[in-house]
Design a protein around this ligand. Structure first.
Ligand code: 4AD
Ligand code: MG
Length: 437
């Protein structure tokens, strides 16, 4: 197949544009079935999978021999005519006229049989090629794009937050410490929020979007040690404004995924009916009422604690949209939360719990804007005052009511794709005891 010949290189995703014509595909063998004079090749090229049929009477003997010996995940180039075929996965099939093995793969470790999660995670670099993993990460791509489009189209300014930080944002128990030259210590960021507050005072509406780190010492299906978070922050915004922004963002993400990832959701056998219902307004539930609700269900939850995964599941399962639980006891939340003027025990915060048992995908709220109260909160949390002087400056020079939130990308993708564990919703997961590959 010389490169100057006129046959166009096509992608599987766009095969529909080439029906009735000869095309060239470049990809890998996903699977093969053979029957007498026929080889049915499942070919993937990164954009999709399609069936390519090699019929002995239609090709030169060399091509048939290549189809005979090609193995799973060998790379290949083929030429053939595109036919529309409603029964074929993807709707098109290729009648192969020429086939060349680019590289013959031997003993591909991920066979068609079932493998345990440890084995698959250790082979994550190859597991990415599998159909379900491929589909999940394509949805992730859509989610990321939807988030960026959402904020960019609303005049938010992207302000990147630093990864090395001098202090904790979300409690000191989950800090990753790194040596920062001679005697200095630094921490990997848990959240860009504090920097976004500074940026909001400079640009009004901002967001950061990047990796964040938590030394989570527990193994759960919802925790990674490195995860991606988008964090909008808005000046002159109260808790209500934060909740409105959150429900609009989540709805925009869902709508985008439903719009462009039908194929992927089908591969994942994701029932889309629950997703079709996601639109504002989301139900709002005061923490107090959530506690009453749990107790009414017979769960022995005590006022004052933070919800565990089973509590969140019990709450979110009783709504068909994400539910926004607001005004938690300040004692279980971070130091920067503004107190509710109507009940000083409570914080003006919100957690968004996604349906179908997903649980929290967003945490946020209104920030303390009084210098004195923030100083007291930093002392009460035993945080090193010096590291927060710059943050206190934001309350010294033109302090205004402001707020924002963080949405976890992996938990959102897990919800939308119906994935049990967040580890499959990031290309290369970082978890307790796992940093390979
Ligand atoms: O609720 P969190 O801790 O909130 C903050 O970090 C705020 N500073 C955000 C802000 O207001 N700007 O985290 C926000 C979200 C959670 O709702 C969850 O979706 C995700 O980040 N998240 C994690 N995702 C995966 N693994 C972990 N260990 C996570 N910790 C939080
Ligand atoms: Mg939270």
């Amino acid at each position: 197949m010389p490169s100057d010949d006129p046959v166009q290189v096509a992608t599987i995703r766009r095969l529909g544009e080439h029906v009735g014509r000869n095309v060239r595909l470049r990809g890998w063998l996903y699977n093969k079935r053979s029957k007498g004079k026929l080889h049915f090749l499942q070919v993937r090229d990164g954009t999709g999978i399609c069936q390519a049929v090699v019929f002995r009477d239609d090709v030169v003997p060399e091509t048939f021999a290549e189809a005979d010996r090609i193995t799973q995940e060998s790379s290949l180039e083929l030429e053939g005519a595109v036919r529309a075929d409603a029964r074929a996965p993807g709707g098109f099939e290729i009648s192969v006229s020429a086939l060349r093995i680019v590289h013959l793969a031997r003993d591909y470790p991920i066979a068609k049989k079932e493998h345990g999660p440890d084995f698959l995670l250790s082979n994550r670099h190859l597991w990415l090629r599998s159909r379900l993993q491929w589909a999940k990460l394509r949805v992730r791509h859509t989610v990321v794009r939807a988030i960026r489009d959402f904020f960019d189209s609303r005049d938010f300014v992207l302000v990147d937050a630093p990864i090395f930080t001098p202090a904790a944002c979300e409690g000191t128990t989950t800090l990753f410490e790194v040596k920062y030259f001679e005697d200095e210590k630094a921490y990997l960021t848990q959240s860009g929020q504090l920097y976004m507050e500074a940026a909001a005072m400079a640009f009004g509406k901002v967001y950061c979007f990047g990796p964040t780190f938590r030394a989570e010492k527990s193994k759960t299906r919802r925790h990674l040690t490195e995860f991606w978070m988008v964090e909008p922050e808005v000046a002159y915004c109260d808790l209500n404004g934060v909740m409105e922004l959150a429900e609009q963002l989540v709805s925009a993400i869902v709508a985008r995924v439903l719009g462009v990832n039908r194929e992927e959701l089908k591969i994942l056998e994701r029932d889309t009916a629950p997703l079709e219902k996601i639109s504002p307004p989301f139900p709002r539930l005061k923490y107090d009422d959530a506690v009453r609700f749990l107790n009414g269900k017979g769960l022995p939850f005590q006022w004052g604690g933070d919800f565990g995964a089973p509590d969140e599941a019990a709450i979110s399962n009783s709504f068909d949209r994400p539910v926004m639980v607001h005004r938690y006891p300040a004692a279980v939340k971070a130091f920067y939360m503004k107190r509710d003027p109507e009940d000083e025990r409570l914080a003006l915060c919100v957690d968004v719990l996604a349906p179908e048992g997903t649980g929290e995908i967003i945490g946020g709220g209104q920030r303390e804007d009084s210098l004195e109260k923030l100083e007291a909160a930093i002392a009460a949390h035993n945080l090193p005052r010096q590291a927060f002087e710059w943050y206190l400056d934001l309350r010294r020079y033109g302090s205004v009511p402001h707020g924002g939130f963080g949405l976890g990308v992996e938990r959102t993708v897990a919800w939308l794709t119906g994935t049990e564990h967040v580890r499959e919703c990031i290309p290369f997961p970082r978890m307790l005891y796992r940093i390979y590959p």
